[in-house]
Design a protein around this ligand. Structure first.
Ligand code: S3P
Length: 427
C-alpha cells in the first residue's frame, strides 16, 4: 500500500536517537558467530537486512537471542557451524550475501545462498574472483556472477589482492576468508572504504595491520567473544540531517551517531555547502560517535567526487535532494557504483526528483543538479529501495502537494521507525 504524506509549512524540532549502524550490526552477528563463547551486542539495528543475517546464522546452528536492541550470540566458534539444511535467505542484503560468501568459502560443508529480486541482479563476480583465487568453490548463474550461489566449503590459501572497485563488502569478504586460509593475505585498496571489519576484528582479538593502503592478516587466528556497542547509523541520520537543513526554522539533535571517518563524507559535504551544525565526538568499542545538532541552512552547490565517494556512497540520494534546495550547481561524479546498489540509484533518483520539479540530469557516473527549485507533490516510486523511500519522505516536507510513496515498507530494511521519528519532530 502506498504512503501519502502532506505537510503544511512544517518546522522540525527535537532530539532523536537514530537506530544502530547497519554495517556494524551485521558484523557483530557474524563475528559473534565466529567466536567461541557468548558475544553481547547493544544498540543492534532491528532492520530487515540485519534480521536476515541473524536468520542465516541460526540456520548454521548458532544460538542468537534478541531482547529489544540487545542481542546475545552463543557459538562454539566456526568449527561448530552445521551444514544448513535449507537455503540461506539473505533477503535484500548485499552485506549479508557478500560477507557470508567469504565466511562460507572456508567451511567443511555445502551451503546455498539466495536473496530477493534486487539481490539476484547485484554483481557477485567482484567477490567470487578473489575468493576463487584463494581456492573457493562457488557456483551460480552465469559462472557465479549472480545468486542463487552454491558454496562447497574447501581449504583456502592466502592471496595478495588489489581491489578493482572501492568496496568494503569485497574487502571484508576477503579478510574473513583470509582468517581460514593458510598464509598471510594482503588486500590493497586504492581508495579507502569503511573499515568496520578491521576495527571489529581487532576488538575480537584478531591481529590485523595496515601499511599505507595495504591490510595484512594472518590465517588461522581465532576470535574471542566480546561486547559490542553499536552507534547510531550515520547513513540513517543523513535523512534527518537533510530534513533539518532544508526545512525552515528547524533545529534537530541526533544523539550517538557513528562518526567513523570512513563514513562522514556527508558531514564534509554539508560543511562545504555552508550548513549550520555542530558535532560533539567520543569513542566506543573502537568506533567514534557523536551528538550532532543541525539547523536549517542556506546552502550552496558544490562538486562531489574522487576519494570522497566511498565515504558517502549510501547518502547520495539524500544529497541529491538537498542539492535541489542549494544555490547553484551541484555535480556528483565518480559514483558509477550507484548503478549496482539496491536499484540503479542514478536513474531512480533523477527520475523521481524530476517528477517533483527538480532540475536534475543523470551522467554516466553521477548527476548534475541546479538549485534552488521548489518541489511539487508527485507519485514517487521507491523501487523497493529503502534509501529512495526515505528520500521521498524527506522531500514531502518541502513539497507543495501530496507525495505518495509506493511500497514504503522497504524503509524497514535500515530504518523501521523512520516515518514515525520524522513525524515526531514536526511542529
Ligand atoms: C557496506 C558497504 C557498501 C555500502 C553498503 C554497506 C558494508 O557497499 O554501500 O550499504 O557494510 O560493508 P560496497 O562494499 O558495495 O561499496
Amino acid at each position: 500500500m502506498a504512503l501519502t504524506l502532506k505537510y503544511s509549512t512544517p518546522s522540525l524540532n527535537g532530539t532523536i536517537q537514530v537506530p544502530g549502524d547497519k554495517s556494524i550490526s551485521h558484523r557483530s552477528i557474524m563475528f559473534g558467530a565466529m567466536a567461541e563463547g557468548t558475544t553481547t551486542v547493544e544498540g543492534f539495528l532491528l532492520g530487515d537486512d540485519c534480521l536476515s543475517t541473524i536468520s542465516c546464522f541460526r540456520k548454521l546452528g548458532v544460538e542468537i537471542n534478541l531482547d529489544g536492541d540487545k542481542v546475545s550470540i552463543t557459538s562454539g566458534g566456526e568449527a561448530s557451524w552445521q551444514e544448513p539444511a535449507e537455503v540461506l535467505d539473505t533477503g535484500n542484503s548485499g552485506t549479508t550475501t557478500r560477507l557470508m560468501l567469504g565466511l562460507l568459502a572456508g567451511t567443511s560443508f555445502h551451503s546455498v545462498m539466495a536473496g530477493d529480486e534486487s539481490i539476484a541482479k547485484r554483481p557477485m563476480k567482484r567477490i567470487n574472483d578473489p575468493l576463487r583465487q584463494m581456492g573457493a568453490d562457488i557456483r551460480g548463474r552465469r559462472d557465479g556472477q549472480f545468486t542463487p550461489l552454491a558454496i562447497q566449503g574447501t581449504k583456502l590459501s592466502a592471496i595478495d589482492y588489489t581491489l578493482p572497485v572501492a568496496s568494503a563488502q569485497v574487502k571484508s569478504a576477503i579478510l574473513l576468508a583470509a582468517l581460514k586460509a593458510e598464509g598471510t593475505t594482503r588486500v590493497t585498496e586504492p581508495v579507502a572504504t569503511r573499515d568496520h571489519t578491521e576495527i571489529m576484528l581487532e576488538h575480537f582479538g584478531v591481529k590485523i595491520s595496515k601499511n599505507i593502503d595495504t591490510i595484512e592478516i594472518e590465517g588461522g587466528q581465532k576470535l574471542t567473544a566480546n561486547h559490542v556497542k553499536v552507534p547510531g547509523d550515520i547513513s540513517s541520520a543523513a535523512f534527518l540531517i537533510g530534513a533539518a537543513l532544508i526545512t525552515p526554522n528547524s533545529e534537530v539533535r541526533l544523539t550517538n551517531v557513528g562518526t567513523n571517518p570512513t563514513r562522514t563524507g556527508i558531514l564534509d559535504v554539508i560543511r562545504q555547502m555552508g550548513a549550520d551544525f555542530e558535532v560533539e565526538e567520543w569513542k566506543t568499542s573502537g568506533e567514534r560517535s557523536a551528538d550532532l545538532t543541525i539547523r536549517s541552512s542556506s546552502l550552496n552547490g558544490i562538486e562531489i567526487g574522487g576519494d570522497l565517494i566511498p565515504r558517502l556512497i549510501d547518502e547520495i540520494p539524500l544529497i541529491a535532494l538537498v542539492a535541489t534546495q542549494a544555490n547553484g550547481t551541484t555535480v556528483i561524479k565518480d559514483a558509477e557504483e550507484l548503478r549496482v546498489k539496491e536499484t540503479d540509484r542514478i536513474a531512480a533518483v533523477v527520475e523521481e526528483l524530476s517528477k517533483m520539479g527538480a532540475d536534475i540530469e543523470a551522467t554516466d557516473d553521477g548527476m548534475i543538479i541546479n538549485g534552488p527549485t521548489p518541489l511539487t507533490g508527485a507519485s514517487v516510486k521507491s523501487y523497493g529501495d529503502h534509501r529512495l523511500g526515505m528520500m521521498a519522505a524527506v522531500a514531502a516536507l518541502i513539497a507543495s502537494g501530496d507525495v505518495s510513496i509506493d511500497n514504503p515498507a522497504c524503509i524497514s530494511v535500515s530504518y523501521p521507525d523512520f516515518v514515525a521519528q520524522l513525524d515526531s519532530l514536526i511542529n
